[in-house]
Design a protein around this ligand. Structure first.
Ligand code: HEM
Length: 488
């Protein structure tokens, strides 16, 4: 602490007496708007300057937020975290699980919005079944069926110009929900059939949940005083998820195997958490990856070359097939670098620390702004360019391409890839438990789409909002053209 600068010296928007900084988000003017947290983060980056950190102090109901814009600092903080990392999310979820519906959740509240020993106990019960490499490998066949059905459905959605419909993002939500259902609950939820009313209700609840969370979390917490409309939407959504999970738990799927060991209650609560965070995330990742590939013909051709060479025809895919697709994995990593689904992950520090040379007291919330770091020139040369090759380890694979890409890869090799500069799934004991599942799910879908179609984008640049996943605002009307099989 000796030479550290005082906490008060960390730059950031100046709080007003009494109303602090909450008024900025309540007024909702850019860059202080919950939907434009990307702009908020860039503004904080400017304020941080060469000091490397910024803060937003005095938000109602929140400890001060500190943003270290530095991969090395991020590594330091993540690595010093204790065995019970505390991720500062969702007081409103904590309220739902531990106050409003305490009778149901009791002392097994799950993973999301839960901290300390209850989180640790729950995570250790479910970790192996969910996060091991074998779990992801064995998920491939059931996810393959869902991806296959979804790609068939895409064909039926095309209009006379071979464009996908305006609500294609909603279709991606359905694919993601169907995938989580197949994997976790061991059942087909029916989201890919056109007239499934129950599936539509689930999707509506998921949107209700996600759209109400930023409002409940960042604006003044009026919901603590009375039932605001966002609060009602939120509680209704969570209640309907809960009953869905109770009704649809089967004797198959990951949750069934957990039920056998830890009981149905644990399995149901886990299913609820998986549905809550496993749908918007993968749908957003799929949307951004298809978009970036659609706009980058060179990368798309190279991906298709890899798929043509390695994808077997006429049978269900298995995990060994996916192992032979390194370029596909690089395409996904590069998309999550440019458009991470979650812009910043967080930790509440459990002891005083020095961060970017500033004293930071215990209890402060640290937000790692991965979105900014993964889009900065100093970590990723030509950061705005979609260059999957930069992730390929073997320099030989980086060199058999056109000169500009070779140059970006050369500059990337000079700076290296800092392991904490792009962390779309978080890090450490609390990192995304669905990471492996999500990767397999996305790889299968992308492999099938780009093997079957040339995908192009005939509209303007997409803009993005935080909801709180980072998703495009405009309709995703990709144009699909069946590929010329003579090339294969
Ligand atoms: C591209 C897709 C996804 C992204 C980018 C993503 C990202 C994240 C991130 C950043 C975290 C916080 C990690 C940390 O604090 O270090 C997280 C946590 C979590 N994710 Fe994901 N996720 C994705 C998909 C999924 C899926 C498909 C599931 C489940 C089906 C899932 C389940 C979870 C759960 C349960 C947690 C909480 C873990 C805990 O607190 O112990 N995620 N995810």
């Amino acid at each position: 602490m000796g030479n550290a600068r005082r906490f008060a010296m960390i730059p950031g928007p100046k709080p007003l007496p009494i109303i602090g900084n909450s008024w900025r988000f309540a007024l909702g003017q850019k860059p202080w708007r919950t939907k434009s947290l990307d702009a908020t983060l860039w503004r904080l980056r400017e304020l941080a300057g060469s000091g490397g950190a910024a803060k937003v102090a005095k938000l109602f109901g929140h400890p001060d937020l500190v943003f270290p814009f530095c991969a090395e600092e991020t590594a330091k903080i993540y690595r010093r975290e204790d065995s019970l990392p505390y991720r500062a999310v969702a007081p409103c979820l904590k309220h739902y699980k531990q106050e409003l519906r305490k009778d149901f959740f009791g002392d097994e509240p799950g993973l999301i919005g839960v901290h300390g020993m209850p989180w640790s106990k729950f995570r250790s019960k479910v970790s192996k079944a969910l996060a091991s490499p074998e779990a992801a490998r064995s998920a491939v066949p059931c996810l393959d069926y869902v991806a296959e059905d979804f790609v068939k459905k895409m064909e039926s959605l095309l209009d006379e110009n071979s464009e996908l419909p305006k609500d294609y993002l909603t279709e991606l939500y359905k694919w993601a929900l169907e995938s989580v259902g197949a994997w976790a609950l061991g059942t087909r939820l029916g989201c890919l059939s056109n007239d499934d009313v129950a599936a539509k209700d689930i999707i509506r609840s998921i949107h209700g949940f996600f759209h109400s969370v930023p409002e409940l979390e960042l604006s003044a917490p009026l919901w603590r005083l009375y039932s605001t409309p966002a609060y009602k939407t939120y509680v209704d959504a969570l209640d309907s998820f809960r009953s869905l999970c109770l009704k649809r738990l089967t004797d198959k799927g990951i949750c069934a195997s957990i039920a056998k060991v830890s009981g149905e209650k644990v399995a149901t609560i886990l299913a609820l958490d998986l549905l809550l965070v496993g749908v918007d995330t993968t749908a957003a990742a799929a949307a951004s990856t298809v978009y970036l590939l659609a706009k980058n013909e060179r990368a798309q051709r190279r991906l298709q070359g890899e798929l043509d060479k390695n994808l077997p025809a006429g049978r269900i895919l298995n995990s060994r097939d996916l192992d032979r697709l390194p370029y596909l994995r690089a395409c996904l990593k590069e998309a999550l670098r440019i458009k991470p689904v979650i812009l910043g992950n967080g930790r509440c520090i459990q002891s005083d620390a020095v961060i970017s040379g500033y004293e930071v007291p215990k209890g402060s919330h640290i937000v790692f702004p991965h979105y900014i770091m993964s889009n900065e020139e100093r970590y990723f040369p030509s950061p705005e360019e979609y260059v999957p090759e930069r992730w390929l380890r073997d320099a030989k694979h980086q060199s058999d391409t056109e000169p500009h890409t070779v140059d970006v890869c050369r500059r990337q090799r000079v700076v290296g890839i800092h392991p904490f500069a792009s962390l779309p799934f978080g890090f450490g004991r609390r990192m995304c438990i669905g990471k492996r599942f999500a990767e397999v799910e996305l790889q299968l879908l992308l492999a099938k789409i780009f093997h079957k179609y040339d995908v192009s984008w005939r509209h303007g640049e997409l803009t993005y909002s935080v909801t709180p996943t980072y998703i495009p605002n405009e309709p995703l009307q990709f144009t699909l053209k069946h590929r010329d099989k003579r090339c294969q």
